[in-house]
Design a protein around this ligand. Structure first.
Ligand code: GLN
Length: 466
């Protein structure tokens, strides 16, 4: 699909549509939708901004590419004066005191935020059922989950309710719902986009990235949101992604895939067959393909969840009713903390907080937390070595198609295992894109750190090759 942003820009400039009309249509569609993708609509803010864009166009002033383009925001980002609930009881009435850097950069470029989008509470989940706003329904089959945790964002893009959405990806939360709803989703290199104003889940893997309906739109949004930020010490300056010079005919790629990922017993037979067919097609196009091994693939899930739970237990310790959100009345301070936290968090979030405090507790931290840190260092080394031999690694996005709504939270272990293909690249801090092609839940394209542009170029190549 061609760039929707560019097409809409041209329509705005030629006055084929007005920005107010565009924004109003999207707001109406969001308001009416039955997918549980919306937590809060930003109607007043959006229409006011649309009016300003229309006034500019009427005066004959030039507008930027993103100016007047409506987008969605996962409800774990702060946007000053607006709700930021993390889909939790805890923060259901919380109003953001400032704006997240990535969102501010888009607003500065003239893009218009329309909606705070439903997601798994605090990013905890893989289905967007862990939310007080109702389980998000899949864009292509309402009986199935929307994927998670950025489920509302992916569904909104897939249904055309937003032109693009900004999600958060800690262990797959942009890529997996993108795959489940057949759109593009990029988890950039860790540090390329500031996390400032994103509620922290696993700070050491949290990434901010776009979900969109084309590779071009992913690049346009990335170029607006990337860059060094004084508020986030992990950020770095990056050159803009440039796809204009890329010539598919004159490119050669050297790709790899993990045979252990494909031999995994948990992988659905059709996804396996379709993935291997993609590999064969690429070989037939003259691409060099190497089967790589990831001997410790099984440890990816345990390493990730040990660290994720430890970090989220620490990060969410700040929510005790004294500073943010709801506070339960009680006779003593201690009781108030206990009551506030048991009422404010969902069962799944509580499970992770309890698990995380166990991981970090005296007597266990060496065995679990420090061991997970050491394993993560080995996993990163493994990727770094593999990227000396190949420039792109392909993998499935998920081991199975989206499950039916209703079952996943009852079997958390199975849900954690379903993250097997996404979480490793998060631990590796690598840029990874879901392209909605090849298998029922898409293909994941990963490159070495800071090679985000190459990831998108390969995606273009892959689309043309299939
Ligand atoms: N499903 C994974 C988890 O629950 C990833 C979530 C995310 O990336 N926020 O931790």
């Amino acid at each position: 699909m061609a760039s929707q942003i560019t097409q809409l820009h041209e329509k705005l400039v030629s006055k084929e549509i007005s920005c107010t009309q565009l924004v109003q249509e999207k707001l109406d569609a969001l308001a009416k939708n039955q997918y549980h993708s919306v937590n809060f609509l930003l109607s007043d803010l959006a229409l006011e901004k649309a009016k300003a864009v229309d006034a500019k166009i009427a005066k004959g002033e030039k507008i930027g590419l993103l100016e007047g383009i409506p987008f969605g925001v996962k409800d774990v980002f702060l946007l000053q004066g607006q709700h930021a609930s993390a889909s939790s009881n805890f923060l259901k009435n919380y109003i953001s005191p400032y704006t997240a850097t990535a969102i501010q950069k888009l607003i500065d470029a003239g893009a218009i935020p329309l909606v705070k989008e439903n997601a798994d509470s605090f990013g905890h989940g893989s289905t967007s059922e862990n939310t007080i706003f109702g389980a998000v329904k899949n864009a292509h089959n309402e009986e199935l989950v929307g994927g998670g945790s950025s489920g509302g964002s992916a569904v909104n893009v897939a249904k055309g309710y937003t032109v693009f959405s900004i999600g958060g990806d800690t262990g797959g939360s942009i890529r997996q719902p993108a795959g489940f709803n057949k759109v593009y989703g990029l988890k950039p290199t860790y540090g390329r986009v500031s996390r400032y104003g994103l509620m922290a889940y696993t700070s050491s893997t949290d990434c901010v990235g776009p979900i969109a309906s084309s590779i071009e739109d992913i690049a346009i949004v990335m170029n607006a949101i990337s860059g060094k930020d004084y508020h986030d010490q992990t950020t770095y300056e990056s050159a803009p992604i440039d796809l204009s010079e890329f010539n598919i005919q004159h490119s050669t790629f050297n790709i790899g895939y993990y045979s252990d990922f494909i031999d995994n017993k948990g992988l659905d037979a059709n996804i396996k067959k379709d993935f291997l067919a993609v590999i064969e097609k690429l070989k037939a196009k003259g691409v060099t393909v190497k089967a790589l091994s990831f001997k410790n693939a099984d440890t990816l899930v345990s390493t990730y969840y040990a660290l994720a739970m430890a970090e989220t237990a620490s990060n969410l310790a700040r929510l005790d009713g004294s500073m943010y959100g709801e506070r339960a009345n009680a006779d003593s301070l201690k009781e108030s903390y206990a009551l506030t936290r048991s009422e404010g968090f969902t069962e799944e979030s509580k499970r992770r907080i309890v698990g995380g405090n166990q991981v970090l507790s005296q007597g266990h931290a060496d065995e679990i937390y420090l061991k997970a840190r050491a394993l993560r260092a080995q996993i990163m080394d493994h990727f770094n070595k593999d990227f000396k031999e190949v420039s792109v690694i392909l993998s499935p996005v998920s081991p199975a198609s989206p499950p039916k709504i209703g079952g996943s939270l009852k079997d958390p272990l199975a849900m954690y295992l379903s993250d097997i293909y996404t979480i490793g690249f998060s631990l590796g801090e690598l840029p990874t894109l879901t392209a909605p092609v090849g298998t029922a839940t898409g293909i994941q394209i990963t490159t070495a750190k800071k090679q985000d542009e190459l990831t998108l170029k390969f995606a273009k190549f892959l689309i043309a090759a299939l």
